[in-house]
Design a protein. Structure first.
Length: 146
């Protein structure tokens, strides 16, 4: 009986530790959203979807803990790093425009990358098509000559 009591106490402590960690991550998402200029509603919606995805949750936790990307979670063969490279490549196409959506906003890029992974979990093909077809940079043959 004593070991059952110890196990129960350990399970309770682990559960409380997990609850604290989830609260820290939820607050972190809200902080990142605020820094990125996103609304509280956006942060709450994103968090509600993140908690349903073990892979995206782990990516967020790793970034929170280590300040770098885990990159092991993939959807349709694409990791957060792939998504970020695609976003930055797209961003380069906007450098000459007045609206610099993600310039100097790494928080926004990260949140949007998490959001993209979540969308890909549901229906990856539209985003895979964009990842493969939209490079955001100019190259020979990109534009049809008239």
């Amino acid at each position: 009986m004593e070991t059952d009591g110890k196990r129960s106490l350990q399970e309770k402590e682990q559960s409380e530790q997990l609850d604290r960690a989830m609260k820290v991550l939820e607050e972190y998402v809200h902080e990142l959203a605020a820094q990125a200029g996103e609304s509280e509603e956006y942060a709450a919606d994103l968090w509600s979807r993140i908690v349903k995805s073990n892979g995206v949750l782990r990516e967020l936790a790793y970034y929170h803990d280590y300040g770098k990307f885990w990159g092991e979670y993939k959807v349709a063969g694409y990791s957060i790093t792939d998504i970020l490279v695609w976003q930055v490549d797209h961003f380069k196409a906007y450098l000459d425009r007045r609206e610099e959506v993600n310039r100097w906003q790494p928080e926004k890029l990260f949140l949007k990358a998490l959001d993209t992974l979540l969308l890909m979990e549901t229906d990856p093909q539209p985003i895979v098509d964009k990842l493969q077809g939209e490079t955001g940079t100019d190259y020979v043959g990109k534009f049809k000559e008239y």
